[in-house]
Every structure is written in structure tokens, then in C-alpha cells.
Design a binder for this molecule. Structure first.
Ligand code: GCO
Ligand code: MN
Ligand code: MN
Length: 386
């Protein structure tokens, strides 16, 4: 029942289960698996897809011949396992050339190189079947606002997105972009810091229909925000093209923990939002195993992400079928229809009628809502006693 199935669209990045445990304080603790080995590992644990940055697959120093060989081997591994590539992205942050960002760098040569690198990486992603292309602006930010103008940065980001949308159209690719916000790390501050910023930015592009968002649990949590609300806003706008699932304690470093491992309750509300609204794109786990893990434990990590999602999905079904919870919700949302005449948009007549309506304000103030009872039922559902 909790075994992953293709229709769950569970994906991992090469960089996630392939993470070697290097951190700012310590060296790698796991040997680097090859992309082919990672595809086999993902097949073994039951994932549906694999995503990659250009340089997770093809090293930045590879020759054309090396690239072709790597891509051939990778395609063979995909064919052997049935693993698909739904999403690809560009590494615009690891190489020293991107020390001041890519599309927002103050160096015009770096900005142009970033466009060239992304065009090549888009070609690679499309060749392997990707339909979604993610943009995470790893170093598109600053440590000090003294040297980089935030207005110029937004304009440069827009120019890059417009250029790359036109490139995709020019090539006739069936590809959409998903922009991923993060407030900080590795830069002190990153531009377009939240999913909400990205949604506003997208509407200023030349081809807004081609561009949506890729929100990540950890990124809104790092900013102390309610992730479910941000995902809801993206969904309501028709912009939830992809999602990065992981977990993150508020106020800590960038943790990328196993999905549901920190805050089960918010993970439940997220899964409920996705499942009850028919979310049908990839459920991508952008997380990695603890540094203490060996590869057996990395598999436990990957299985755990998917299993927790499926358990929470089952909890959502229980929530929807729970008579006491549904009765409480019916009570909470009850509407006697007496205000219908004021709803559904403005008219001068409605405004005049509303102005003349006599509300019993003290009575309104006496009405409570049984959210304590409802929330306790949710907690008991999650704790497995209902
Ligand atoms: C991070 C980001 C990245 C991106 C990845 C795909 O915090 O490092 O979440 O993992 O998701 O670069 O674009
Ligand atoms: Mn992240
Ligand atoms: Mn991410």
C-alpha cells in the first residue's frame, strides 16, 4: 500500500541520492556514484524519475566525445530500468566563474556565458526527455548591496528569461520553465527570495504562459514562512509546474532533510493541498541523506521520502472520510445564504443595499470556531489513534 508507483511521479535528482556528504566543515563520507549507478539505485528503491543539472551528468571539463559517451551510457541505464527524466536544470553556481552569480553577475562575459551554458543544458535536458526546466538562482544575490543594484538584477534576470524562452520557442521544444526561489545560501541574500516574488516576476516576462514555479519546502521554511500557503498561491495561479519536497527546521542552516522528517503536521497539510487539488506533476525530493549515512542508509532515506508521502496521502483520505472531522468542517463552513445578495462582484445596487444592511456586530463577535477540537482530531489522526 505504501509502495511507490509510477503514477505517484516520485523523482530524485542525481545530486540528491548522489550527495557525498561534503559540507563546509568536512570532506565527503561516501564515494561518488556514477550517473548510471544512481539510476540503478533509484530503480531499486522504486522511484519513477531522475532529474539532473548539466554537470551532474556531464562534467564541465568534458570533451564533446566524452559527453556523447556519457549520454549514451545514461540513456542505456534509463532504458534498462524504465526510469524517466521529467526535469533538467543548469548548474550556474559551482564553477568559480559564477562567484558573483550568472544572469545577474556584474560581469557581462559571465552573463553571456551563463546564457550559452543554459542553452546547451536545455538541449541536453530535451534530448533526454525533460519537459520541465528548473531555474534556481544559486548565486543570483549579494553579501552587500554596495556593489550590485537590486533593480538592475531583476532587469537582468528578466532579460535572461526572455532570451531563453525565445530560444526554446525557436527550437520548437516542448518545454516549460519553473523558477525556484530561495532566500539565502549560498549567497547572503538571493534575489526573488520567495515563491511569491517569483510569481510576481513571472507576470512581467514576455512569455508568462511558459513559466511557472518550483517551490521547495526548505526554502520557504528558511524564511520562516508557511510553505503550504505559497504552494496554494502558485496552484491558484496555475503556476505550480514542479515541487521540491524535503524538510527543514525553521531558523537552521540549509538542511535538505528527508521529506516529513522535521514537521509532520505541515507535511500533512501540504500533501492534502496537493492531493485534494489534483496536482499531477513530479513529486521531486530535493533532499539528501544525513552525513552519517552509508549507501544502505541512503536507500532508506530515499524510500522514507516516498513512504512518508504515501502514508500522509492515506491520512488525507482518512481526514476526508472521517465523519467527526467532516461534521466539524461542515459546521465551520456553514452558510445560511442570507449574504448571497452581497457576493459575486460589485454593482452599485449591491453597494447601496450593503450600506443599508444592519449587522449585529456584538452577536458576530460572540461566535467562536471549534478549531481546537478540529486540530486535535488532526493530531490524533497523525498519531495513529483514529
Ligand atoms: C538548493 C536548491 C537546489 C535546486 C537545484 C535544482 O537549495 O541547493 O534547492 O537543489 O533545487 O539546483 O534547480
Ligand atoms: Mn534547496
Ligand atoms: Mn531545490
Amino acid at each position: 500500500m505504501y509502495d511507490p508507483k509510477p503514477e505517484n511521479k516520485f523523482t530524485f535528482g542525481l545530486w540528491t541520492v548522489g550527495n557525498t556528504g561534503r559540507d563546509p566543515f568536512g570532506e565527503p563520507v561516501r564515494h561518488q556514484l556514477t550517473p548510471v549507478e544512481i539510476v540503478h539505485l533509484l530503480a531499486e528503491v522504486g522511484a519513477w524519475g531522475v532529474n539532473f543539472h548539466d554537470n551532474d551528468l556531464v562534467p564541465i571539463t568534458a570533451t564533446a566525445a566524452e559527453r556523447d559517451q556519457i549520454v549514451r551510457d545514461f540513456k542505456q541505464a534509463l532504458a534498462d530500468t524504465g526510469i524517466v527524466v521529467p526535469m533538467a536544470t543548469t548548474n550556474l553556481f559551482s564553477d568559480p566563474a559564477f562567484r558573483d552569480g550568472a544572469f545577474t553577475s556584474n560581469d557581462a562575459q559571465v552573463r553571456a556565458y551563463a546564457l550559452q551554458k543554459t542553452m546547451n543544458a536545455i538541449d541536453l535536458g530535451v534530448e533526454l526527455g525533460a519537459k520541465i526546466y528548473v531555474f534556481w538562482g544559486g548565486r543570483e544575490g549579494t553579501e552587500t548591496d554596495a556593489g550590485k543594484d537590486p533593480v538592475t538584477a531583476i532587469k537582468r534576470s528578466r532579460e535572461a528569461m526572455n532570451f531563453l524562452c525565445e530560444y526554446v520557442l525557436d527550437q520548437g521544444y516542448d518545454l516549460k520553465f519553473a523558477l525556484e526561489a530561495k532566500p539565502n545560501e549560498p549567497r547572503g541574500d538571493i534575489y526573488n527570495a520567495t515563491t511569491g516574488n517569483m510569481l510576481a516576476f513571472i507576470e512581467t516576462l514576455d512569455h508568462p504562459d511558459m513559466v511557472g514555479v518550483n517551490p521547495e519546502v526548505a526554502h520557504e521554511h528558511m524564511a520562516g514562512l508557511n510553505f503550504t500557503h505559497h504552494v496554494a498561491q502558485a496552484m491558484e495561479a496555475g503556476k505550480l509546474f514542479h515541487i521540491d519536497l524535503n524538510d527543514q527546521a525553521f531558523g537552521r542552516y540549509d538542511q535538505d532533510f528527508r521529506f516529513g522528517s522535521v514537521n509532520l503536521k505541515s507535511a500533512f497539510f501540504l500533501v492534502r493541498l496537493l492531493e485534494d487539488n489534483g496536482y499531477d506533476a513530479s513529486r521531486h525530493f530535493d533532499a539528501h541523506a544525513y552525513r552519517t549515512a552509508d549507501y544502505d542508509d541512503v536507500k532508506a532515506f530515499a524510500r522514507g521520502c516516498m513512504r512518508t508521502y504515501l502514508i500522509l496521502k492515506e491520512k488525507v483520505a482518512r481526514f476526508n472520510a472521517d465523519v467527526e472531522i467532516q461534521e466539524l468542517l461542515a459546521h465551520i463552513h456553514a452558510d445560511d445564504g442570507s449574504m448571497d445578495g452581497f457576493q459575486g462582484g460589485y454593482s452599485p445596487e449591491k453597494a447601496a443595499a450593503l450600506r443599508n444592511y444592519a449587522f449585529d456586530r456584538p452577536a458576530l463577535g460572540r461566535r467562536g470556531q471549534p478549531y481546537e477540537r478540529l486540530d486535535q482530531l488532526v493530531v490524533e489522526l497523525l498519531l495513529g489513534v483514529r
